[in-house]
Every structure is written in structure tokens, then in C-alpha cells.
Design a protein around this ligand. Structure first.
Ligand code: NAP
Length: 265
């Protein structure tokens, strides 16, 4: 029996890895899909498999989200298709190469995909969600946003942006019925590592999660309205403590008085 549609989920970076697992899982949950990535063949193959397994409608949009014209096309789809109820901003690239050994053009490309495209697509989708009083955005961030010293700093910085943007969106949109989630995967077994120059086989297997487990954990958190989902973190209290400390700083961060530790003249 086919499930009643929950609307359409538009997923970026859906041709492989974490995005392709979101596509499968969301179709099984009753979403129709719009799948976005560059590789048309892989998108088409995934779309046919999901359609035959779930009977959901699956559309593909081949697009390079670092390319302004392609990005505008996906933004248009988000503005005009009122069936879209969920945006999964998943497309992203990374590297373990240190900052000073990295080509700045590659760093700029990373920012344009991980930050600019994610921001523009969110701006395209959310006004419709507000008008329809429902909708959700899942932003795939990274634990590297919390620990920028671990990998390349532009990557970590781009993911810190994704988490901060999601926290701010949540604050602004929570009372409008719009759900926001930032997912912070730890190391996950996908092509991401090979593309970034370090095959996943080179990592300690004890820190690498399967993309299936990652997505299933994050979706369980989504169901429970968890804003920041870190499926690989076992000690949830450690993060809750960190968040409480961060939030407790808010009221102390601005003052008209120089802090007493300075020798004011
Ligand atoms: P992946 O297997 O390399 O998949 C990346 C996806 O993004 C692919 O579908 C790729 O498809 C698409 N993509 C890449 N560049 C694109 C572009 N310019 N325009 C449109 N689509 C593009 O990586 P993944 O591990 O699933 O990564 C998904 C997300 O998880 C990323 O945001 C990543 O930063 C985050 N993440 C991953 C890990 C990890 O350890 N794997 C950890 C933390 C966070 P095409 O090549 O067909 O375009």
C-alpha cells in the first residue's frame, strides 16, 4: 500500500552518499522527491529505483549548485512548487588538506556550495513555508563546525556557519510552524573522503559511521524536534552542557564597561 503524500522533499546532493539515503528514507515515509546533484545518470538511476520501490513521484534536477545559473533554476523550483514541504540542504564538499596547502579557488568553491548555495536555497524555500504555515529545513552541517581544528578550516568554518544559520532560523521561525534541524555528522562512510583526498579506509574504523545509521539517527531526532542532531555523540549531556554554557554567555557579551581584567587608563 502506498502512503499518503507528505508533500515533496527537495534534497540537494542526492545522487550518492548521505543525500541518497535521505532520498530513500523520505520516500518510504511518504514524501515525493526532487533530487538535485550534478550527475544526471546517478540521479536518474536512483529516481527509478525509488519510484519502483515506493511508488512515490521522483523528479530530478541536474544542477551544479556552485554555478549561478543552475542555482537560480533550483531556487525557482523552490519558490514555484507549492507542494515542497521539506528542503534538505545536503550537498557539500570538504577536505582534510591544511589551510595553507589548499588552493584558494577550491576554498572559494567550497564556500559557494557549503554556504552560499545553502543560504540562497533556504531563502527561496522559507517564504512559501511561512505562507503555507508549514515546512521544514534540514541543513547538513558537520562536527567540524564545532571542532574547526580537526579538518580544513574553511570546511570547519563553512559548517560552523551552517549550524549558526540553523540556530538563528530556528529562533525566528519556531512560532511560525516551520521546523529547522542542523545535522552534525561525524566521519561517515561515503565518497566525501575520497573526493577530499583521504579515502575513508585510512580513518580509524572506530570513528566511522554508516550513512544509513547517520540518517536514521538524524531522522529520529527530526521526529523529536531536536534542533542540533549529532547521531555519533554518545554523551548527549556533554553537548547539552556546552549549549547551556554558550547560551548563558548571551547576556554578558556586550557592555559599556571594559572588563576589569584590563588596566583601563
Ligand atoms: P558525498 O558522498 O561526496 O556526496 C555529496 C553529494 O553532493 C553528491 O550527491 C554530489 O553529487 C553532490 N554535490 C557535490 N558537489 C555538488 C555541486 N557543486 N552541486 C550539486 N551537487 C553537488 O558526500 P556525503 O558524505 O554524502 O556529504 C553530504 C553532506 O554531509 C555534505 O554537506 C558534507 O559536508 C556532510 N558531512 C559529511 C561527512 C562525512 O564524513 N562523509 C561528515 C560530516 C558532514 P554530484 O557529484 O552528482 O554533484
Amino acid at each position: 500500500m502506498t502512503q499518503q503524500s507528505k508533500g515533496t522533499a527537495l534534497i540537494t546532493g542526492a545522487s550518492t552518499g548521505i543525500g541518497s539515503i535521505y532520498a530513500e528514507r523520505l520516500a518510504r515515509r511518504g514524501y515525493d522527491l526532487v533530487l538535485v546533484a550534478r550527475n544526471r545518470e546517478r540521479l536518474n538511476a536512483l529516481a527509478s529505483r525509488i519510484t519502483s520501490e515506493t511508488q512515490r513521484n521522483v523528479e530530478v534536477i541536474p544542477a551544479d549548485l556552485s554555478n549561478a545559473a543552475d542555482l537560480v533554476n533550483v531556487e525557482r523550483q523552490l519558490r514555484e512548487d507549492a507542494s515542497i514541504s521539506l528542503l534538505v540542504n545536503n550537498a557539500g564538499i570538504g577536505t582534510h588538506t591544511s589551510l595553507m596547502e589548499s588552493d584558494v579557488e577550491r576554498m572559494a568553491e567550497m564556500i559557494s556550495l557549503n554556504v552560499t548555495a545553502l543560504t540562497r536555497l533556504t531563502y527561496a524555500a522559507v517564504p512559501g513555508f511561512i505562507a503555507r504555515q508549514q515546512g521544514a529545513v534540514i541543513n547538513i552541517s558537520s562536527i567540524a563546525g564545532l571542532a574547526p581544528e580537526l579538518l580544513n578550516g574553511v570546511y570547519g568554518g563553512s559548517k560552523a556557519y551552517v549550524t549558526a544559520f540553523s540556530q538563528s532560523l530556528h529562533k525566528e521561525l519556531a512560532d511560525k510552524g516551520i521546523k529547522i534541524q542542523a545535522v552534525l555528522p561525524g566521519a561517515t562512510a561515503t565518497d566525501f573522503w575520497q573526493i577530499g583526498g583521504l579515502p575513508v579506509e585510512n580513518l580509524d574504523p572506530g570513528i566511522v559511521m554508516s550513512a544509513h545509521d547517520l540518517v536514521d539517527g538524524a531522522l529520529q531526532d527530526f521526529d523529536n524536534d531536536v534542533l542540533i542532531s549529532i547521531p555519533s555523540l554518545h554523551d548527549l549531556h556533554a553537548f547539552q552542557h556546552y549549549e547551556a554554557s554558550r547560551q548563558a554567555l548571551f547576556s554578558q557579551l556586550s557592555s559599556n564597561q571594559l572588563a576589569p581584567r584590563y588596566n583601563a587608563k
